[in-house]
Every structure is written in C-alpha cells, then in structure tokens.
Design a protein around this ligand. Structure first.
Ligand SMILES: Cc1cc2nc3c(=O)[nH]c(=O)nc-3n(C[C@H](O)[C@H](O)[C@H](O)COP(=O)(O)OP(=O)(O)OC[C@H]3O[C@@H](n4cnc5c(N)ncnc54)[C@H](O)[C@@H]3O)c2cc1C
Length: 442
C-alpha cells in the first residue's frame, strides 16, 4: 500500500487524486497547496457580484472522453459558439485572420494574397515559429498579424521558438484564401468553434466538481502550505512546509512549477539548477474592468496585435452567459503578458491600468479613460510555457534527473508543457493507469 504526496492543488493535483483514489494499492493521498484554495490557474476570482478566471478559460477538446468528464462534473453549463475578432488598424477581422482577409485595408489585402500565392518559403522545412508561419501563410499574413501578435503574447522573439505550438495549424488552401479575400468569412479552427462554459461560478466549478468526488477518508487537502524543503530517505519522501509542518509519503508527484520544485530539492545539482533557470515562461497581469455601456457588440474575445496597445487580448464576460452579465454595464477581462525584467514587469499597477484605459479608448471600447473602472488587477507569475529553442534539451535533462530520483513530474508547469485542461486530465488518467499497472497486486 502506498501513501502518495501530491505537490500542488491545481487541476493536475486534484485530477491525479481523482483518478488514483480507488486503486487498491493507494492507502492515502495528501495534496499540498500553497494558496488558501485549490484550483491553481483554474481558480475563479470573486469580487463582489463578479466572477472571472485567470484568463478566459473555455471548455473545448478533440478528446471527447476528457471533455465529457469536465462537463459531467459541472452542475450546469452553457453551450456557446465562438465569435472572436482581431482588431487591426480600426478594422474588425473575424478570427482566424486568414479566413476573413477581405476586411483588411486594400493594400494589406493585396500583400497577403500575393505573398500567399507566390510564396518562396513554401518548400522549406520550418525550424522555428516564424519559418513555419512564412512557409504556411506567406509573408503578408505573417507580417501583418502572426508575427506581431506572437511577439506580443510571448514577449519572446518567435525566431527563437520551436514549432511545437504551431505545427498543427492547418495550411489554408488557395481556394480558401481566394474566397476569404473575395468577401466570404469562413469558419476556421473548427475544433474550438463550439465551446462550453460553467453556467455559474466560472471555470473553478470544474475543479470543485472533481474535488467533490474525492473520497474524504483517503484524500487530504492541505491548503496554505508552501513547500519549502523536500528530502528523500530510504523509505520515501519528507516534505517540509512554511509554518513548520512535515508530511511523509512513499510516492511523490509534483505538479508545482519545476523551478519551484528544484529550488526546494537540495539534491538538484548545479547542472539541473542551470537547466531549470534556462527554461522560459511568461507571466500575466489580469485586469477585470467595466464600462457603463457596451461598445463591443455580441463578441467574446478580441486579439490586438498592435504593439502600441498594451494588452494582447480582451474578453467580454457577458458573452459567457446570464450569470456573467449585468444590466447597464459591460465587463471585460484584459490580459497583459510580460517577462521578468521587461518594461511591463517593472511598471507599477497604476501605470499599467492607465495604459489599459488608453488602449480601450483606442480600440473603441471606451469613450474616455474615465469610463473604464478597475474592479481588479492581479499578476500571476506562471502563465505560458515558452517553447524556446533550448526547451526540448533542457526538459529532457531535467526529466531524466527527476526520474532517477523517483519523483514524478506532472502538470502544466510541473512538466513544463503548454497543456490545456483536457490534456492535463488525459495525462493524469494515463499516469494513474501506468502506476496501477506497476503496483496492482504488489
Ligand atoms: C491565460 C490562460 C488561459 C487559459 N485558457 C485555457 C482555456 O481556455 N482552456 C483550457 O483548457 N485551458 C486553459 N488554460 C490552461 C489551464 O489553466 C491549465 O492547463 C491548468 O490550469 C494547469 O493546471 P496545473 O494543475 O497543471 O497547474 P497550476 O494550475 O499551475 O497548479 C499548480 C499548483 O501548484 C501550487 N504551488 C506552486 N508552488 C507551490 C509550492 N511551493 N508549494 C505548494 N503549492 C505550490 C500553485 O498554487 C497551484 O495551485 C489557460 C491558461 C492560462 C494561463
């Protein structure tokens, strides 16, 4: 029988416990979480009557089994159809960009069609993200939208990013580009055209739904417990947390960012420390704001490639359902990414908010900065994994090290992969089946 310790109570921690709890060789599961509630990036913040996520989290997946699980644990869901736009120099282009080219100003339209039809990069093997865009979409679509938007969201030059994030993006046909340029708006990226969202309580309802199904006798959640030191001994692991508590177990699964794990694991040698420090990620500031009128229309998300506007995406909460809609006002979630030591990281919140007000006026969502009221503004350190050119090598060395230590890495930042909720569940289901094969009957 095993006593399992899971570090981190985000979706990974909770779902790993959910999948493992009924296995006969599992005696106990203890989840150690530093925040006052579980959920991690899938937490929903409540401010008075408002609920909002850490970035708009929508439920969609090609993985029907995992999507069904997320929906099954919800009390009630809303079924929605995407209506996203790209803001380009005052023009609203339906997302995905390449499917609505006729909304571009004439010069950019010609540039995009011409360089798609006569593409000198078409036959290269793409070795980085920009090469992939040039090869797949041509120079016009790349330079008009894909390059500036990606530079803005990642805060990292996509020339130094590999193709992991983009290689599944379908290449439009000449026929599609011709129709899109001629005025037809085509639907693209069909796997996320329809999506779901909890009817109440925001995305955290998925985590709460899973948590409710945990066996209280077997699973113990310890919140407000930051892991400060991990020791490995002959029989297993001992975990010390801030406040002087100590937990022991004979199996350790870590879903906390691999950097945080390495900082508290003294056996991680200099080589591992260096690899971990070389991993690239960005952080995010989430501003939740309201205006006394709605100038956005019946749309959900707006992508903003313009670098003079501080945010890369803005989402109208009303779109998600009745519980998120309030009379005589529109509420928006505004996302601003940044990286350690860049100009946004060092900007204070007052300046950041004033830039957001300015940006909302510029895209026509507010008539004056004074009309934009801040409900909340919070920064989160770990937002997106950046697949820089060293990512694969760094993670392979780090994974080997922890495998030798018997520590199982798991989760978005635990494994350092760009995983959405469906993938997190799939990985955790696979992990629990693998462990079951190894330990059942032992
Ligand atoms: C802006 C944004 C938008 C997104 N949109 C979507 C979407 O639309 N659809 C979708 O499917 N997915 C989306 N995702 C992805 C989704 O949020 C993640 O896949 C998921 O939340 C990852 O869960 P996790 O448990 O692996 O990691 P996390 O949620 O990061 O959990 C890690 C946990 O470890 C805890 N922890 C950290 N350090 C310590 C420590 N020292 N001691 C104890 N505990 C610690 C943290 O507090 C946290 O609770 C989005 C993510 C972001 C950032």
């Amino acid at each position: 029988m095993k006593d399992i310790i899971i570090l981190g109570g985000g979706l990974s921690g909770i779902s790993t416990a959910y999948f493992l709890q009924h296995m006969e060789w599992v005696r106990s599961i203890t989840i150690i979480e530093k925040e006052s509630k579980t959920g991690g990036l899938c937490r929903t913040i409540q401010k008075g009557k408002y609920h909002y996520d850490i970035g708009p989290h929508i439920l969609f997946s090609k993985d029907k089994e995992m999507l069904a699980l997320m929906l099954e644990v919800l009390e009630e869901k809303n079924d929605l159809k995407r209506s996203n736009q790209i803001y380009y120099k005052g023009h609203h282009i339906q997302y995905p960009f390449e499917n609505d080219l006729s909304k571009l100003p004439p010069e950019e339209l010609q540039y995009c069609i011409h360089t798609f039809n006569h593409n000198p990069y078409e036959n290269y093997t793409a070795e980085n993200m920009i090469q992939f865009f040039l090869k797949t979409f041509g120079e016009g679509i790349t330079n008009t939208y894909l390059r500036p938007y990606n530079e803005k969201i990642w805060k990292y030059d996509p020339v130094f990013m590999n193709t992991s994030m983009v290689e599944r993006i379908p290449k439009p046909t000449q026929e599609e580009i011709r129709r899109s340029a001629a005025g037809e708006t085509l639907e693209g990226y069909l796997h996320q055209l329809y999506f779901h969202y909890p009817a109440q309580g925001g995305i955290e309802s998925v985590v709460r739904g899973l948590e409710k199904r945990l066996d209280k006798e077997k699973c113990h959640i310890k919140t407000e417990n930051t892991v400060t030191k991990i020791e490995k001994n002959r029989t297993g692991y001992s975990i010390k947390t801030k406040g002087g508590l100590c937990y022991t177990g004979d199996m350790l699964i870590s879903t906390i960012p691999v950097q945080e794990l390495t900082f508290v694991y003294p056996k991680a040698n200099e080589t591992i420390q260096k690899r971990v420090v070389d991993l690239k990620y960005n952080s995010i500031a989430i501003a939740f704001v309201k205006t006394p009128y709605d100038l956005c229309g019946n749309h959900f998300a707006f992508m903003v490639p313009d670098k003079n506007i501080i945010f890369h995406r803005i989402s109208k909460m009303d779109f998600l359902g009745e519980a998120y809609h309030f009379e005589n006002e529109a509420t928006y979630m505004v996302e601003v990414t940044y990286r350690e030591n860049d100009y946004i990281a060092s900007m204070d919140d007052k300046e950041l908010f004033s830039q957001i007000q300015k940006g909302l006026c510029e895209i026509g969502f507010a008539k004056s900065p004074a009309d934009v009221e801040q409900i909340d503004l919070t920064r989160y350190e770990y937002a997106y994994v950046i697949y820089d050119l060293n990512h694969t090598k760094n993670m392979s060395v780090i994974r080997d090290f922890y495998k030798n230590e018997g520590i199982i890495l798991n989760g978005r930042f635990g494994n350092f992969e760009y995983w959405n909720m469906d993938k997190i569940l799939r990985e955790n289901l696979e992990l629990s089946l693998k462990l079951n094969n190894k330990y059942k009957g032992v």
